[in-house]
Design a protein around this ligand. Structure first.
Ligand code: CA
Length: 229
């Protein structure tokens, strides 16, 4: 069941929303204050959508929205705004909200907005899953898991593909060998850090013009590696 954070200080509105979300097959997580919402989110990181009231006793809904976005979360956010506050919509969308619902709203209206946003988020995920990553002469196709350099297909093992994906998703970021090991081999992998070095060396032979003087996949001395392009 998809978890939805419901931040609303007025208990009658909150229960109304909660009941309707449950009826539509969602799992509501309730919060009465902004801080409580952030706490609940910490223990339920799989919340996929948040309904945020604006006027609250502590920090307002915009601030909650801002903090969620500042952490890099891509969860769906719908602001619950008061009818008279036109400005809320603008501020809400500027702080990173996806949509807003004006109070008072009907159960049908609310669930329609929630369903629509959940659908949209799902579509975005699918697009990402099948997208192309481009960096310099390289194009990584994440749908068919292939890599091209200047239009030429390079044959990669699954591990090398995973490494390329990790680097191309993090251009310019120095990554430790530990981070690479966890990201590519998984946190359960008990292998040595040398495994990373060996695979990087093999990958360089495939992608670099001169593997002894790497131009793209560079070494960060005493730390790890970086996609330097
Ligand atoms: Ca309120």
């Amino acid at each position: 069941m998809k978890k939805i954070l419901v931040l609303e200080d007025e208990s009658n509105i909150r229960s109304f929303v909660v009941i309707n979300l449950r009826r539509s097959g969602y799992e509501p997580i309730e919060a009465e204050t902004g801080m409580e919402a952030l706490e609940k989110w910490k223990v339920n990181p799989d919340i996929c959508l948040a309904l945020l009231d604006v006027m609250l006793p502590d920090i307002d809904g915009f601030e909650v929205c801002r903090r969620i976005r500042a952490s890099g979360s891509k969860m769906g956010i719908i602001m619950l705004t008061a009818k008279s506050q036109e400005i809320d919509k603008v501020t809400g969308l500027m702080t990173g909200a996806d949509d807003y619902v004006t109070k008072p709203f009907s159960p049908a209206e609310l669930t329609a907005r929630v369903d629509a946003l959940i659908r949209r988020l799902g579509v975005d995920e699918d697009e990402k899953a099948g997208s192309e990553l481009q960096s310099g002469p390289f194009v990584l196709n994440t749908r068919n898991r292939t890599l091209e350099k200047s239009g030429q297909r390079l044959k990669l093992t699954q591990i090398e593909y995973q490494l390329m994906k990790l680097f191309m998703e993090n251009p310019g970021k120095a990554m430790s060998r530990e981070d690479i090991l966890t990201a590519v081999w998984g946190s359960d992998f008990k292998g040595e850090l040398k495994t990373v070095d060996v695979n990087i060396r093999r990958l360089r032979i495939k992608i670099e013009s001169d593997p002894t003087e790497p131009e793209f996949l560079t070494t960060v001395w005493g730390y790890g590696y970086k996609w330097g392009y």
